[in-house]
Design a protein around this ligand. Structure first.
Ligand SMILES: [Zn+2]
Length: 406
């Protein structure tokens, strides 16, 4: 009960959402745990001086932290549980205005607080998880250290980048009138590469692979990286700390969130040694269909796509990753033909068990993919009258569930 009160008061004072407040408290507990900490530990999670003062006070009032003062007098160091305190060495009272003694407050979270935060998060996770898929969730969690995230368009969409459908629709103006209906049919069926191939024969402007590559690159060139943390889940992906992040997205948003050494993305085609890539201590994005910094590498037509997936070297590399790792598809929709085709190709090389976050799963689809060793992590997301799910809640759900895995 008391933790809910703390969350509410952080929500008001720091002017964040309830979810944001819950996440902030969780982050503190995750970073600090049972260790002693000082104010500066809170600076590391990005809190201002004023907010730190508020947080520590709130924690103290609720009995969630134990406090000790550590002070120095003439070369000796002393501790006390009281403040103000009479110096053990010189007998002078140490208080706020004391300039003679150097002192610092050392705190530690109480066990009760840590337990309450863990319980709070567990409850949040289960608010989002569809009950039919909880077994898959626990299975995925137990394997999380050998999971390779496989990122789809939904991961980048919060940054203002188009989805596949959105991108294809934006090319409608390039299609000649007579061909527009057929083009739209390909788009609504999710036949991404067929639609792009059809463009080359039905457009007066996008007539070559190179012109399409260039046009697509420009659509993905300017993500808005300044959106609040609450609106995307890049940091939670980074916290999975996978050596490889596979993606068919053309953009390069994720490396902006890597901690420490920032390594350039690589094309799967250009990986020389899969083993050392998997064993690497750094995080790297591996593009399976090219990326915008090098438009000529982008797979945009059916011919390129088919060639890529019949290339023995390419298949062997995918195979090597899939044989050693479980994929976790994030930001995909399994109603999408593009995903369905891609997944069938991937699992045809090698079996293995793979996982996928999916909003409001439909049972017959779950069974269809289940036969191909794809286990779903179903998420309950509210849907509006037109059948569109709330993307903000979806982001919160994915953040919360990913967070609970590590
Ligand atoms: Zn003293």
């Amino acid at each position: 009960m008391s933790l809910t009160e703390l969350v509410n008061s952080v929500t008001t004072e720091l002017n964040v959402t309830e979810v944001g407040a819950g996440r902030l408290i969780t982050t503190l507990v995750k970073h600090i745990g049972k260790q002693d900490f000082t104010k500066s530990s809170f600076i590391k999670v990005g809190l201002s001086d004023k907010d730190i003062k508020f947080m520590i006070n709130e924690l103290q009032v609720r009995g969630y932290v134990d406090m000790e003062i550590s002070y120095e007098c003439r070369g000796g160091r002393y501790t006390s549980n009281d403040f103000p305190v009479t110096c053990e060495n010189c007998g002078v009272m140490i208080k706020d205005s004391d300039h003679e003694h150097e002192y610092d407050f050392v705190y530690s979270f109480t066990n009760e607080f840590i337990n309450e935060v863990q319980g709070y998060n567990k409850q949040k996770v289960f608010e989002y998880l569809h009950p039919d898929y909880v077994v898959n969730y626990y299975e995925l969690k137990s394997k999380i250290s050998t999971v390779v995230p496989f990122l789809g368009a939904g991961v980048s969409a919060p940054f203002g980048l188009p989805t596949w459908t959105g991108m294809l629709e934006s090319f409608e103006g390039n299609v000649t009138r007579a061909n527009l209906n057929y083009y739209r049919r390909l788009v609504s069926a999710g036949n991404v590469f067929e639609a792009l191939t059809f463009l080359t024969s039905s457009s007066t402007s996008l007539t070559t692979e190179a012109s399409i590559q260039k046009a697509i690159a420009s659509k993905f060139a300017n993500p808005n990286l300044n959106i609040p943390d609450e609106e995307h889940f890049m940091n939670e992906l980074v916290n999975l700390d996978s050596p490889i992040y596979l993606t068919s997205n053309y953009d390069n948003i994720l490396p902006n969130f890597f901690k420490g050494q920032r390594v350039n993305p690589i094309l799967l085609n250009e990986v020389e040694d899969v083993r050392s890539l998997i064993d690497s201590a750094v995080n790297r994005v591996v593009h399976i269909h090219g990326y915008i910094d090098r438009p000529s590498t982008m797979i945009v037509t059916k011919k390129q796509y088919d060639e890529l997936y019949t290339n023995e070297g390419y298949k062997a590399k995918l195979n090597a990753i899939l044989a050693q790792r479980h994929l976790l598809f994030i930001g995909w929709s399994f109603a999408d033909e593009y995903f369905s085709d891609l997944y069938s190709k991937l699992v045809s090389y090698v079996g293995g068990e793979h996982y996928m976050f999916i909003e409001n799963p439909v049972m017959h689809q779950a069974q269809k993919f289940g036969q191909q060793n794809l286990k779903l992590i179903g998420l309950n997301i509210p849907v509006d009258d037109s059948g569109y799910s709330d993307k903000k809640v979806l982001v919160q759900a994915i953040k919360t569930v990913l967070d609970s895995m590590v």
